[in-house]
Structure formats: structure tokens, C-alpha cells
Write a protein that binds this ligand. Structure first.
Ligand SMILES: Nc1nc2c(ncn2[C@@H]2O[C@H](COP(=O)(O)OP(=O)(O)OP(=O)(O)O)[C@@H](O)[C@H]2O)c(=O)[nH]1
Length: 591
């Protein structure tokens, strides 16, 4: 393909949008630091693989499209800029760029090499190979071309060529509206294949972790019905789709030619899926509505109105308008995440520190990739280009750990709540509910096997006097002391509970009424022996006991049945009444 098309395409990605300012700086730096000594040739096969920035000289078209012949003349006559060690980065929406470098095959056989330009959003790329002054090959590609029309069906612009012995001049013309970041990579085809395999494993591992996490959270959402799990699942899937899109991989899957702008529309919508779900997830996780309602509303509005605006742009076919909106959303996304974290920290929300740590790490990694793509401060290489993915994966995993810890806290809260639903908070004995739940299955077992069982009801004597004379808090101390005395006197397997105000109950399994009487006597003596320093000696602390239980495995001279428990309780209560009537501080059996 030769000339310049007006149908320029824009591949919009995170880097693209964060890059422009930095690209301006890097361009200025390039102007100051570029050397006018001509670039080295690339000696093959000694050079097996690497970025070609420092081997490359380039210039930009000024006011009009120029031809290959004019460009060749320009290369020979005008002082040229030289690339940095990795990538040439010139800014956004800049004039088309011409680059050249020379490959010197030092052997007397052809050498098979792949050349690729590793930014998938470049619109038009033309490469001419010139041997002995003659054009021997021309490869036209870029994302403006239908997938099958590109020189290689690959995620970037790439082609493979057999370089003949001697020197071959390579001239590349690049035209794009997006950031002019040009990491040209040159490698033997063998090295290119192993690099592809290794990057395939890396992406596979990354996406594998993300998708597994997403599915796990989907399952949690389905069963627990908590919105944050569902939103986190969408956030992770958004991350994977966004990454697939800006690394060019998605476009090797969706290869049908849906028109010039299809890839751009797809990219910007995938990009905001990630940020919208991220913001919705963050506000739900941090419960921002409770302590920062204005910020919460702002986040909600951003997450709703920007996609709506972009949809409107789509309906009216205004790509640039929608792209600017997606740029706004994605550039504010990282900052909003950090602000949400800081607000949560101020509100002393649990996990706020972890949240900030994760979002700041992600922001730093995005900055590293952006600077690398811009060719400013950070060298461009596979690691710096992928820092953005590392950062986001790190963020995703830290957020998962927050969710997991939140889940654990909820579990503990639930367990505590369940415990307190069955426990009397003052004495820490079982309450009625706890008592019934614990004794029910044991009683059923006793009935089924016709075993012995006895129930003891205990009521503190003249307890009202304690409250009246020493105050309610002293009454509480007494209740607690009596509870402790009961617990201390109980054997393993006995189940005690606070039955009501100053009334307690003990369930004695495998214990006949006669044995229960002895056990009750033991508790009575223990209560009688309680010493509370602040209670004056004139007030004796005693309790009365009512007992009902089995005699030779029978209750009321009949075999035990399901109703026996209620009857036993009733009888023990009657026995307790008799104990009170008879002068208190004694144990009575209902006869
Ligand atoms: N301090 C305190 N007092 C309680 C609590 N629950 C119930 N009470 C009090 O326990 C007292 C029970 O009084 P009564 O039912 O008249 O029984 P009593 O004074 O023990 O008399 P007898 O049972 O006949 O020996 C009341 O004064 C209640 O207010 C509690 O949790 N703490």
C-alpha cells in the first residue's frame, strides 16, 4: 500500500491515553539527545533478537505525504534522528514517520528473520526491503487492514523474510492517529517462535489465574448473593478482555472484517467495562455510601453517564467523542480508586490500607508501562510493557484477599452471633434456647435406649434482697458466682443453663434420680460456700433445688417417651416449690 489514507484508524488503549503528555516530553528529549552519527547496521546471524530503536534513524513527514523515492532521498541528505535503545515514541496523532535501518547478513546463505511492530493499534505500516538499490519486497499492514490481508495473521504487524547475504536496507513508514509508539522487534524466526511460546505461557498463566478467580467469585455470588462477589467477577473478566484487546490477542480471535472502526469500538468499550465494574466493585466493597455519600454518588454517576455518553457516540458514529469519554473514565479510574481508598482509611474501614496498597501498585505499574511506551525515563522491554498487567493482576489478587478476609470476618461474626443466640451474656451459661438445642438429641438417645436421666432446677433464695440491699450490679455478681459454682460442680456431659432471672437448670444424662439428688446436694453446698467480700455476713447466699428423674430407667413408673422431658421439667418445678415452702436451701424430689 502506498499513500496516506484519510480513513485513519485509532486503536485506543490505556497506554494510548496516558501516553500523550509523556510522549511530548520524550519527543523533546529525543530532539536534544538524538545523535547525528548514523546508526549501526544489524549484523545477522550474530544479532538473534531484540528491539531496534538504537539501530534506527527516522524523520517525520512535514506537510504532505511523500513517496518512497522522496523518503530515500531524505534519508541520504538530511540529518536524521536516532532512536533510543528500545522504542521510538513520538506523541499522539503526529505526522507519519519514516524509519530506516540496515541488516547485514554476514554469511553467504540467506537468514530467515521476523520483523514486528509490537503496538497493535498502529493503523498503517508499510515496509520496503531494498537490496542493491532495488526494492525487493513490500509488506503493507496495520489494524486498518482486514486480518487475512495482513502480512502475518498475528496480533501485531509482522512479517518474515529471508535476508540474502550482504546488506539489506529496511524502510518503514508508519501512520496512525493513536500514540506513535514504535517498538520494532527483530528476531530470527526460531527465536521469534520460542518468544511466542513463552509469552503464550505467561498470558495463559495470567488469564488462567484471573478467570479461575472470576469463576470462584461467581460461585460465591450465586450462593451468597452478595453484590461485591458478582462485581468482582465482572471486574476480573473486564481485566482479561481489556488485556486481550490491548495486547492485540482478541483481534486474532475476532478476525471477521466488520469494517474499519470495529476494532476501535470494541477496544474502547472493553476498556470501560473494566473501569466501570472496577468502580462499582470498589464502592460496594468499601461501603462508601455509608461515610462518603457525595463521592459515592460521583462514582455512580461516572460509572453510569460516561458509558451512556459513549453509547450515544456509537449510535451517532462519533468515535472520537466516545474515545475521549473512555479516556476520561479510564484516566479518572485509577485516581478514583485511590481516593476511595483514602476515604475508607479516614472512615477507619477495615482493609482500607490493603485497598490503597493494591490501587497504588496498579497505578505505579500503569505509569511504568506508560513511560516505557512513551520512551521516557523507563526503558521499553517485555517486562516494562507488561508491568501494567502485573500491576493489575497484583491488584486483583490483593482485592481477592480483601474479599476472602471479609468473608472470614463475616463467618466469625456469624459464629459469634450464633453463640450469643444460645448463650446468656451475664453468666455465659447456655440460655433456654441453647439448653433445648443441646439436650434435645441427647434426650432422644436416652429415650431410645431407655437410659437414666435427671433434671435439676435451682432457684437462688431471697435474691430480691440482694438487689434491694446491695444494688442490681451486686445482684449480677451473685448470679455470676452461682453460675460458676454450678459449672464447677458439674461433671463432663452435664448440661447447665440459666433458665430465667435467678433460676438455673442442670441436665444430668446417665444419672438416676437418686444419683441426681447427690449431685444437686453437691451444688447446693458449693453455692452455700460462696464468699463475696462486699456482701455482709448477715445475708446468707443459698439456693433451693427441685429434682425429677428416672428410677431404674423409668419415669413415673413408665418407660421414657418423647413427652417425658416436659413432664420432668414440670415435676422439678413443683419440687422446687416444695423446697421453697419447706424453708429454702434444700433439695427436693417430686413424689
Ligand atoms: N441483678 C439482677 N437481678 C435479676 C436479674 N433477673 C432477675 N432479677 C431479679 O431477681 C429477683 C427475683 O425475685 P423473686 O422472684 O421475688 O425471688 P426471690 O427474692 O429470690 O425469692 P424466693 O425465690 O422466694 O427465694 C427480682 O428482684 C428480679 O428483679 C438479673 O439479671 N440481674
Amino acid at each position: 500500500m502506498n499513500g496516506i489514507s484519510n480513513n485513519n484508524k485509532n486503536g485506543f488503549t490505556i497506554e494510548k491515553y496516558l501516553a500523550p503528555l509523556l510522549l511530548v516530553f520524550s519527543t523533546l528529549l529525543g530532539v536534544f539527545f538524538s545523535s547525528d552519527s548514523s546508526a549501526e547496521t544489524i549484523a545477522i546471524p550474530q544479532f538473534t533478537q531484540g528491539h531496534l530503536g538504537k539501530y534506527t534513524e527516522y524523520f517525520r513527514e512535514s506537510d504532505r505525504e511523500i513517496t518512497l523515492t522522496e523518503a530515500r532521498e531524505h534519508f541520504n541528505t538530511v540529518p536524521l534522528s536516532k532512536g533510543s535503545s528500545h522504542s521510538i515514541s513520538l506523541g499522539i496523532d503526529v505526522a507519519p514517520v519514516w524509519m530506516t535501518f540496515t541488516v547485514d547478513n554476514t554469511t553467504d546463505m540467506t537468514e530467515f528473520y521476523r520483523l514486528s511492530l509490537e503496538t497493535p493499534w498502529i493503523d498503517y505500516i508499510d515496509t520496503w526491503l531494498i537490496k542493491d538499490g532495488e526494492v525487493i519486497n513490500h509488506f503493507a499492514g496495520g489494524d486498518a487492514y482486514a486480518f487475512e490481508k495482513r502480512p502475518m495473521q498475528y496480533r501485531f504487524y509482522a512479517f518474515e523474510h529471508e535476508y540474502p547475504p550482504g546488506q539489506t536496507q529496511v524502510i518503514i513508514r508508519v501512520e496512525t492517529k493513536g500514540p506513535m509508539a514504535l517498538p520494532v522487534y527483530f528476531s530470527s524466526v526460531k527465536a521469534a517462535i520460542s518468544r511466542d511460546i513463552s509469552s503464550g505461557y505467561q498470558f495463559g498463566a495470567l488469564y488462567g489465574i484471573m478467570i479461575a478467580l472470576a469463576l470462584y467469585n461467581l460461585v460465591l455470588f450465586v450462593f451468597i448473593r452478595q453484590a461485591e462477589y458478582g462485581l468482582y467477577c465482572l471486574y476480573l473478566l473486564g481485566f482479561v478482555l481489556n488485556s486481550l484487546s490491548y495486547t492485540g490477542q482478541l483481534h486474532t480471535i475476532i478476525t471477521a472484517d466488520y469494517g474499519v472502526y470495529f476494532q476501535d469500538w470494541l477496544d474502547i468499550f472493553l476498556m470501560i467495562t473494566y473501569s466501570v465494574t472496577g468502580l462499582l466493585f470498589a464502592r460496594t466493597l468499601l461501603k462508601t455510601k455509608e461515610y462518603a455519600p457525595k463521592l459515592d454518588r460521583l462514582v455512580l454517576r461516572i460509572a453510569l453517564y460516561i458509558p451512556l455518553g459513549m453509547l450515544t457516540g456509537f449510535v451517532f458514529d462519533q468515535l472520537i467523542f466516545s474515545a475521549i469519554l473512555s479516556f476520561l473514565l479510564n484516566s479518572s479510574f485509577v485516581f478514583l480508586f485511590i481516593i476511595l481508598g483514602i476515604k475508607a482509611l479516614q472512615a477507619k474501614k477495615p482493609f482500607a490500607v490493603l485497598f490503597i496498597l493494591s490501587s497504588v501498585t496498579a497505578a505505579l505499574c500503569i505509569a511504568i508501562s506508560t513511560l516505557a511506551v512513551a520512551g521516557f525515563l523507563v526503558p521499553y522491554n517485555d517486562y516494562t510493557f507488561k508491568a501494567i498487567e502485573f500491576g493489575m493482576a497484583f491488584e486483583a489478587i490483593l482485592l481477592a484477599s480483601i474479599l476472602a478476609r471479609q468473608f472470614r470476618v463475616a463467618q466469625i461474626d456469624k459464629r459469634i452471633a450464633e453463640k450469643y443466640a444460645r448463650t446468656d451474656p451475664l453468666t455465659e451459661l447456655n440460655n433456654r434456647r441453647g439448653f433445648k438445642e443441646l439436650t434435645q438429641p441427647i434426650f432422644e438417645h436416652i429415650v431410645a435406649n431407655q437410659r437414666e436421666v435427671t433434671i435439676v432446677i435451682i432457684d437462688i433464695d431471697n435474691f430480691k434482697n440482694v438487689n434491694d440491699i446491695y444494688g442490681h450490679s451486686m445482684g449480677d455478681i451473685v448470679l455470676k458466682s452461682v453460675a460458676d459454682a454450678i459449672t464447677d460442680s458439674c461433671r463432663q456431659g452435664d448440661i447447665s443453663a440459666r433458665w430465667g432471672g435467678e433460676e438455673f437448670i442442670v441436665f444430668l444424662a446417665e444419672t438416676s434420680e437418686a444419683q441426681g439428688l447427690m449431685q444437686a446436694e453437691k451444688i447446693r453446698r458449693k453455692i452455700e460456700a460462696i464468699k463475696i467480700d462486699d456482701i455482709h455476713t448477715q445475708l446468707s447466699l443459698t439456693a433451693s433445688f427441685g429434682i425429677s428423674g428416672t428410677v431404674n430407667g423409668c419415669f413415673n413408673q413408665a418407660t421414657l417417651d418423647a413427652q417425658s422431658m416436659d413432664n420432668m421439667l414440670r415435676n422439678a418445678d413443683k419440687a422446687l416449690y416444695i423446697a421453697k415452702q419447706n424453708g429454702k436451701n434444700q433439695v427436693k424430689i417430686f413424689c
